[in-house]
Write a protein that binds this ligand. Structure first.
Ligand code: UD1
Length: 363
């Protein structure tokens, strides 16, 4: 029996590991698939609720590292994960995405001579001030299997001189979860609970340090949102980092149509997105989910590591010149539905492809 440990740490990791866990069940006579949660995200609504909704089993290992500076968090994960690997001696470690848990666990595994698979490899924003870009570059440079979600990833890895024999274009595990849970998503009662009407509200998510850590940025963003809120309700499930910074910036007088709510679970969140008129975000994954759902998305960043969402999908980068938010949102809301398409291999089967390749290679 071979042993594989998949690592999750932060919120966007959970929906990527769920389809892998499902796919490995098909091979449970050959492979034992275990889950290690580093505890990078630990609030109930940033973590536990996702395990329940995505039908993930309780993690086999919980490292409980919590928050801290990048160095502290990464170092704590490494120390704790090394203990797990020394005891369990898995044949393979799977890491997903670009969070601190991803790079920390990859580094520990390769140094112990354990093979590493990186799911969602090859994405590049070419902005090295983003912590995620550093995590992606380092993880990809040491991983043994690189699983790609969009064609740009293949080119990026080739430009970096990575052996093409390690690279597999398999599609998008986050979209696997979306497709798998669509029936449940459609049954969510969140619109009724929040008294919202379909296509009559905007969904906002913001958590990037570059957007929310500076009080003057956050004030300018909220002043634009207040103008938008004259005509549209704005639903803003607020990340703990953003909530803290909002309090820091002393912003208390929020427009009544801006509905600041605590982070919500996956099923309700995707239902909110699916019924919205527009999404404004700085998240990576939401650029992909809106593309799949064909919901217009404006991304408050100067770059994206997911360019396919702007070329084939519904995403537009509007940069960080915040005084354009109102105009960009209005022109997008007034625009007729433009053509967009779903990127290749975003078909709900990425997890199965990955498991098949890995199981074949483990033997
Ligand atoms: C992390 C990822 C980011 C991802 C995001 C999704 C890195 C470098 N960043 O950013 O790529 O898009 O997750 O949310 O890994 N906090 C809580 N409760 C929690 C988790 C965090 O209160 O359960 C607060 C803490 O004050 C913490 C802060 O949020 O210091 C930031 O958390 P952290 O894990 O450092 O990074 P994120 O901003 O969540």
């Amino acid at each position: 029996m071979k042993k594989v440990i998949s690592v999750v740490g932060a919120r966007p990791n959970f929906m990527k590991v769920a389809p892998l866990h499902r796919a490995f069940q098909k091979y449970n006579d050959q492979v034992q698939h275990l889950i290690c949660h580093t505890g990078q995200h630990y609030d109930v609504n940033m973590s536990k609720v996702f395990f329940e909704e995505l039908e993930l089993p309780k993690p086999d290992f919980y490292l409980g590292v919590g928050s801290g500076s990048h160095a502290e968090q990464t170092a704590k994960i490494m120390i704790e994960f090394e203990k797990v690997l020394l005891k369990e001696k898995p044949n393979l470690v799977i890491v997903v995405g670009d969070v601190n848990s991803t790079v920390a666990c990859s580094l520990v595994a390769v140094k112990l001579g354990i093979k590493v698979a990186h799911v969602e490899a090859g994405l590049r924003s070419f902005d090295r001030t983003m912590p995620e870009e550093i995590n992606r570059l380092l993880t990809d440079s040491i991983a043994d299997y690189l699983f790609i979600t969009e064609v740009s990833g293949v080119q990026n890895l080739s430009n970096e001189g990575i052996d093409e024999g390690k690279v597999f274009f398999v599609g998008n595990c986050m979209i696997d979860s979306l497709i798998n849970y669509l029936p449940k998503i459609d049954r969510s009662k969140i619109l009724t609970e929040m008294s919202l009407a379909s296509r009559e509200y905007i969904v906002v998510t913001l958590h990037r340090p570059s957007n929310v850590d500076d009080p003057s940025n956050i004030k300018e963003i909220f002043s634009q949102f207040s103008s938008l809120a004259e005509n549209y309700k704005i639903v803003f499930p607020i990340h703990p980092r953003t909530r803290k910074n909002l309090e820091h910036a002393g912003l208390t007088d929020i427009h009544k149509n801006i509905l600041l709510i605590d982070p919500i679970g996956y099923i309700d969140f995707v239902n909110l997105v699916k019924n919205s008129a527009l999404v404004l975000t700085d998240s990576g994954g939401i650029q992909e989910e809106t593309t799949y759902l064909k919901i217009p998305c404006l991304t408050l960043r100067d770059n994206t590591e997911r360019p396919i969402t702007t070329t084939l999908g519904t995403n537009k980068l509007i940069g960080t010149n915040y005084n354009k938010i109102y105009d960009e949102a209005h022109s997008r809301l007034n625009k007729k539905q433009t053509d967009s398409s779903i990127p290749p291999l975003w078909d709900g089967k990425a997890g199965e492809r990955i498991a098949e390749i890995l199981v074949k290679n483990l033997n």
